[in-house]
Design a protein around this ligand. Structure first.
Ligand SMILES: Nc1ncnc2c1ncn2[C@@H]1O[C@H](COP(=O)(O)OP(=O)(O)OP(=O)(O)O)[C@@H](O)[C@H]1O
Ligand SMILES: [Mg+2]
Length: 344
């Protein structure tokens, strides 16, 4: 187990800068998701950590040790690639044993560790098969096993679930969590799927175009996003421009009370944000407004209203316990609870 730090790490391919002055600190034993759309630089970052790519600028630390000039095979960090890269002519056992053989590990130890790992990935009895005789999910697990057998300090997984169908995804997710618990290995995994990141990670690093936009515990992305873009990447949000005025935000619709503004912030322009599921149909003590209902859609377990808030259209999710039975076309009361408002 080690903690990992990237300091001012940048990487360009020709004129294309794909990682931009990245600062990140990952504590020993954490499970971190690098999340972002395709092409944002996730694989490149993982390769820089693994030592398979050199950064143009910046420093990679494992603990207090500078790793920039330490070659990949001496890093105690193992990367599992997006497309597995198993050796097709070797059996499952040989694939898993390969790294240990290269390290001249004792034969008996290799055998014992390979068997141990085969049991962990629930593939006992399949050690003699070739990769071509495995399903996608099994190949993915062998690729993971091949990394784990080396008992790395740092496990780097590039889109470990992307090639799997829904059922195998659940299984693989389970396995990653189990492995993480059992080995307590610091793990960084890459994904472009926010749901996957939420389900697996302790903290998420959200990256757009090579820039780290927010690095925080999962809940913060819903409740305390740092920008409209971050908020929108994590589900549906409503925004309204305004400016701070005492304990409220003044908007075209009126003043929204919120505990987030202080006296010294008066005049600051902000975007007020609230999630559709946090808006309460009905009149409350504070922050209740009469809003025209543009549309109403029955979604089975909930109702979705689209309401006119100032110049914009907001979504409201009305859960089964709070059904008001408002109708399309009428104006109705909606309450925006002060403690559910977030400012970006
Ligand atoms: N060896 C290379 N030479 C030139 N450009 C590259 C190279 N590797 C990656 N790139 C470019 O760098 C950018 C980031 O690539 P990277 O593979 O890190 O993205 P990613 O976030 O992993 O994407 P995906 O989700 O599609 O795997 C892309 O625009 C890609 O085209
Ligand atoms: Mg990639």
């Amino acid at each position: 187990m080690i903690d990992l730090r990237l300091k001012g790490v940048s990487k360009s391919y020709g004129k294309n800068t794909v990682v931009k002055s990245l600062d990140m600190k990952i504590a020993s034993g954490e499970l971190i998701a690098l999340l972002g759309p395709s092409g944002c630089g996730k694989t490149t970052i993982l390769k820089i950590i693994a030592g398979l790519q050199q950064p143009d600028e910046g420093t990679v630390f494992f603990g207090s040790q500078v790793m920039n000039s330490v070659p990949a095979e001496k890093r105690e960090a193992v990367m599992v690639f997006q497309n597995y890269l198993l050796f097709p002519f070797m059996t499952v056992e040989e694939n898993i044993a390969f790294g240990l053989k290269m390290r001249r590990t004792d034969k008996a130890v290799i055998k014992e560790r390979v068997n141990e790992i085969l049991a962990l990935i629930r593939m006992e009895g399949m050690g003699r098969r070739k990769p071509s005789e495995l399903s996608g999910g099994q190949k993915q697990r062998v690729a993971l096993a091949r990394a784990l057998v080396l008992r790395p300090q740092l496990l780097l997984l590039d889109e470990p679930l992307s090639n799997l169908d829904a059922h195998l995804r659940d299984e693989m997710r389970e396995l990653i969590l189990r492995v993480h618990r059992e080995f307590q290995v610091t793990t960084v995994f890459v994904t472009h799927d926010q749901e996957e990141a939420v389900l697996l990670a302790d903290r998420i690093a959200l990256i757009f175009e090579g820039n780290l936009h927010q690095f925080a515990p999962v809940r913060d992305f819903y409740e305390r996003p740092q920008s409209e873009r971050v908020a929108s990447f994590f589900g549906n949000s409503n925004f309204l421009k305004g400016f701070c005025s005492g304990q409220a935000v003044e908007t075209e619709l009126g003043a929204f009370k919120t505990p987030l503004t202080g006296e010294n912030e008066s005049g600051r322009t902000v975007s007020l944000m609230i999630r559709p599921e946090h808006i309460i149909p009905g009149k409350g003590e504070d922050n209740s407004f009469l809003c025209p209902i543009r549309s109403k859609i029955y979604m089975g377990s909930f109702i979705r209203y689209r309401i006119e808030v100032g110049e914009g259209l907001w979504d409201v999710i009305d859960g089964p316990e709070a059904r008001k039975g408002y109708e399309e076309g009428e104006s109705a009361w909606f309450t925006f609870p002060p403690h559910m408002i977030w400012l970006v």
